[in-house]
Design a protein around this ligand. Sequence first.
Ligand code: ATP
Ligand code: MG
Length: 344
Amino acid sequence: MSEPTRESRFTPRVFSGIKPSGGLTLGNYLGAIKRFVQTQDEGSFETIYCVVDLHAITVWQDPAELRAATREVAAGFLASGIDPERSILFNQSQVSQHAELGWIFNCVARVGWMDRMTQFKEKAGRNAEKQSLGLYAYPSLMAADILLYHATHVPVGEDQKQHVELTRDIAAKFNHDFGVDFFPLTHPVIEGPAMRVMNLRDGTKKMSKSGESDMERINMTDDADLIAKKLQKARTDPAPLPETVEGLEGRPEAKNLVDIYAALADLSPAEVLAQYPGAGWGRFKPALAELAVEKLSPISAEMKRLTADPAEIDRLLARGAERARAIAQPILQRTYDIVGLVRA
Ligand code: ATP
Ligand code: MG
């Protein structure tokens, strides 16, 4: 990630979260976790990473599965290289200030703004009336997650860009309405190939943990055989790989597999095509499977080890929550003062 701009009076600070709404996917890894680790390791930012369980319950979650997924997402962060000392890692519901600031922002954000959120439209489909009010309001809780820490940068996949822009709108309206310069205008950070990993069965839809079929995604815990099988069955057009990136236009499935290869290998898509000029799928798909297994299997082995000791994960999350609270509480109190809420 690029260096923070120094003119800002805010501490360069990153916040980002992942919902425990299922097991982690390759999309979460390439679009989020891998970059979270890089940002932590570069050391130019304070890094705060959160398992956003309050967002997960905007759709029905079985309580036992929610608990397991919360620990699995935490294990995914840790196994990928998030260091709970250098970063703050916790689950959202343990820091009640998120929900409190979320309410204030429900009163700042406008209904018309929420109506423009494409992700709600995608998730709700034709059943908008039957969705929870929480799913509709979720971007304002997400704004609270970010602004509760005065985070200056948010690394996210391309699918979350609109929500980070809404966060800026909420910060600007709050600052304007109360005549303060209190909340920063946070920057979304979306860089590199595969910032939107697509569904393996339909290259026009993104890969999601909560997608219908397991065959449409690669899970971080899938074993080598399953990864190979899913990639073998991944939809493609019959043409071989093109020689240039322009040749991927209008071929969403082919572009997706090349982008995934590029992101896993830390190459550009053009470099991948140069390595496999005119290759057919019979050659490229097994090569991609081998690369994916090579990158994911050490992480999934470590995740397995970590999730075998849930008490240790819970201890780390509680400790992270304590550190998060120490930043969040003064910012929430100052917000209450600005709004005019009386406190002792
Ligand atoms: P859900 O289906 O429940 O929304 P999800 O897979 O979309 O799950 P989120 O918890 O919503 O995961 O998102 C966590 C992070 O992963 C966000 O930064 C998001 O941008 C990123 N992300 C999710 N899916 C992808 C994807 N297909 N490609 C790239 N980044 C992604
Ligand atoms: Mg999502």
